[in-house]
Design a binder for this molecule. Structure first.
Ligand code: ADP
Length: 720
């Protein structure tokens, strides 16, 4: 920057040197009297043409130019003032856009003279030139950092700016036709183009370059050489006015070197030049350079830290941007999803603000049968049937979530029942109510049909129940008839059987005479078969009585060991016949109050089975006094029962397949009847444990006191 300043000062210094060194020949130092140096004829011409038209070069500072107030200023302007002082001539100044315009108007004789112009052959055809009163070279200006010593020949590869209509421009075109000349209307534009890099160099008068570089602060420009062209500026006047030419020449000759120096000093400051020459200037420059260098380092460091901060901030911003972008995308996706759900919902959904419908989904339009635009911004109460409106208004006003059923009117006028669920949400300081809606007409129809079916079902059930009751009564009757039938049949069977058994016994006892061995054998078979048949019939009668529910239970008080002894005595002949030992464990005096005959029947069944299914060893009977209950256990060392067969015990006609089955008489009803009596008549339970070929243990557990009331059969089977 300072280097540029130095160049600028150098430029000024050079300019001053040229201006001051040029003193026109033949000019005396003495100041001449006004107009004395003019002839009579010339003075008369002045009186006839007191005002002359001039059009200065618009932008050729500091030689001539118009300042910011439009005032004509510069070296030439001051020369014109001097001419007015010396001759009385006055000048009417016209401000034109460019020098080209000035030339154009001059040719049409609308302009009478120029204050500064370089002589060219072409101009000489319509203008007369005085001898030059100012002279300075054209400078080659380019940007700092580029070639410093430029010659005209070196310009051939560069873009060069020239000023339109200026003598130097014509000169350039003439001497170097290969030059890439960029023509601009004024110097200011040209210098700015070079400064900004739009052109490489400009060829311009050194005086103007110096002036503009300072004025515009174009710190990146440098003086890199001189063109061969020297500006030698003269006054020029219309060719058809020779007297004016002589007046101007004489007046110019009459200007003293002092006057000229004063004018030039006014426009080119010598103080600044002096300051450059001083040592303090260079010290100041050095100091400024050092401070500038230091500042530059600080600025660079500051820049570096700023750049780091900027980079960090940029990364943060980028991350934030990406996060926001991500969030925006997520929001957009979620919004899209929400819209899709809203649109795809099978349920009608809509929003309203104090009844005014804001948005609505396709399912709602289907329920109402209206198009979306026919519903939007309408009050939803318009679509509620009049009789339901009061209720809906009350529910809306409550702002509470709720579900209810109401009736709405469709576009075709039909009223349909709908199920409504609604809640209020607060958004953007508004209370929006979100409502879901379902058409429940089909549901209602189904409900109605179900109700009818239910009523009908009730009727059917009542009918069926009544039919069943009748059938049951009939069955009961039939059952009783069956029991009566069995009872009467058993009576009919037992009577002849008892006769057969009785008389067969008499014959076998030999009361009615001797019988031979064959007859004895045959009568034995008759006797045993008859007894078997009688036992079977007795069992069947008992089972029938129990199953028919017409039981005779006769509880009575007795001591248990007496009953046990009675049972043991009954089976004693068979037991002794098989050589089986008897073990008993019977606590004495256990008082019982139950049906003695039925209990004996069960005991006899257990004991006779123990004898029947035991070939060797013993049988045992044991009583466990359990307080309110007794447990009677009959144990044997017989053939035992396998696990599979044990599951079938206590069922009617169930006889286990063993090697003893054929030779052991039995009906398969004993255990079944025993269980029936114990569980259904004596309020007890039965159990069995057994191991094959080791023996079996049958037990029953009954309460000592039977609380059963004596039932009354509607007919007495025993008597039958
Ligand atoms: P049954 O008149 O045939 O003895 P039960 O109902 O009294 O009829 O017994 C059914 C079957 O149970 C018998 O056929 C027999 O196979 C088996 N059973 C009963 N008691 C015993 C026992 N103490 N040891 C082995 N098997 C027995």
């Amino acid at each position: 920057m300072k280097q540029a300043e130095a160049y600028r000062w150098s430029l000024l210094f050079l300019l001053l040197f040229f201006l001051l060194s040029y003193v026109p020949a033949g000019i005396s130092d003495d100041k001449l009297e006004s107009a004395h140096f003019l002839t009579k004829e010339e003075q008369i011409w002045i009186s006839k043409n007191p005002i002359l038209r001039i059009a200065p070069a618009p932008n050729f500072p500091p030689i001539e130019f118009f300042d910011e107030h439009g005032q004509y200023r510069g070296v030439t302007a001051d020369f014109f003032k001097l001419i007015t002082q010396k001759t009385g001539l006055k000048f009417q100044i016209e401000q034109l856009e460019s020098w080209a315009h000035v030339v154009e108007k001059t040719k049409r004789q609308e302009i009478d003279l120029w204050g500064e112009a370089a002589q060219t052959e072409e101009r000489k055809q319509y203008m007369r030139f005085t001898s030059p009163y100012l002279s300075f070279p054209d400078a080659i200006i380019n940007r700092q950092g580029e070639t410093k010593n430029l010659t005209m020949t070196a310009l051939s590869n560069l873009s060069v700016v020239g000023i339109d209509g200026y003598a130097s421009h014509a000169h350039l075109q003439k001497i170097t036709p290969a030059l890439q000349l960029i023509t601009v209307p004024n110097i200011e534009t040209g210098l700015k183009m070079v400064s900004s890099g739009l052109a490489d160099t400009i060829i311009v008068s050194m005086a103007s370059a110096s002036y503009y570089i300072q004025k515009l602060g174009l710190s990146n420009l440098q003086l890199s050489g001189e063109s061969k062209f020297h500006w030698s500026l003269s006054f020029a006047s219309r060719k058809d006015w020779p007297l004016l030419h002589s007046i101007l020449q004489k007046t110019l000759d009459n200007i003293s070197p002092t006057e000229k120096e004063q004018i030039i000093k006014k426009w080119v400051s010598l103080d600044k030049q002096a300051f450059i020459a001083k040592r303090s200037f260079w010290i100041t420059i050095a100091l400024i350079t050092a401070i500038a260098g230091l500042s530059l380092v600080m600025v660079l460091l500051w820049n570096l830290s700023l750049r780091k901060m900027v980079n960090k901030k940029t990364i943060e911003l980028q991350n934030e941007l990406e996060r926001r972008k991500g969030a925006e995308e997520a929001v957009s996706h979620s919004e899209e999803r929400l819209n899709n759900f809203f649109d795809a919902s099978f349920e009608g959904l809509f929003f309203h603000d104090d009844g005014k419908i804001l948005d609505i989904n396709p399912a709602t339009t289907q329920i109402f049968g209206y198009k979306k635009k026919e519903l939007l911004n309408h009050n939803l109460l318009e679509f509620v049937t009049p009789d339901c409106r009061q209720n809906v208004i009350a529910l809306m006003a409550s702002n509470e979530p709720g579900s209810y059923e109401t009736m709405v009117t469709k576009s075709d006028g039909e009223s349909v029942p709908v199920s409504v669920r609604a809640r209020t949400i607060e958004t953007e300081k508004r209370k929006i109510r979100i409502v879901s809606l379902s058409d429940i007409s089909k549901h209602k129809q189904a409900e109605e049909a179900l109700k009818k079916a239910y009523d009908n079902l009730d009727h059917i059930v009542i009918m069926r129940t009544s039919e069943l009751e009748k059938a049951n009564e009939r069955l009961t009757e039939l059952d009783q008839l069956k029991s009566m039938f069995i009872a009467s049949m058993s009576h009919e069977l037992r009577t002849p059987l008892n006769s057969i058994i009785g008389f067969t016994g008499i014959i076998l006892d030999g009361i009615s005479g001797d019988i031979n061995a064959q007859q004895r054998d045959q009568l034995d078979r008759v006797y045993n078969s008859s007894k078997h048949l009688l036992a079977l019939i007795t069992d069947i009668i008992d089972i029938s009585k129990i199953e028919a529910g017409h039981i005779d239970v006769y509880p009575e008080s007795f001591v248990l060991d007496e009953l046990i002894n009675e049972a043991l005595q009954t089976i004693q002949p068979q037991r002794e016949k098989k050589g089986l030992a008897l073990h008993t464990n019977i606590p004495p005096d256990i008082q019982m109050h139950t049906d003695k005959k039925r209990l004996l029947q069960c005991l006899l069944n257990y004991l006779s089975n123990a004898v029947k299914y035991t070939e060797h060893g013993k049988i045992e009977i044991e009583i466990e006094d359990l307080g309110d209950e007794v447990k009677i256990i009959v144990r044997d060392s017989g053939i035992g029962i396998n696990k599979e067969a044990r599951g079938r015990l206590f069922q009617a006609f169930e006889r286990i397949d063993t090697h003893l089955r054929i030779k052991t008489p039995g009906t398969g009803l004993g255990l079944y009847l025993c269980k029936k009596i114990t569980t259904e008549l004596l309020d007890g339970s039965v159990a069995v444990e057994s191991k094959v070929m080791e023996g079996s243990t049958f037990s029953l557990k009954i309460p000592k006191r039977l609380n059963r009331k004596k039932s009354r059969p509607y007919f007495n089977l025993d008597t039958a």
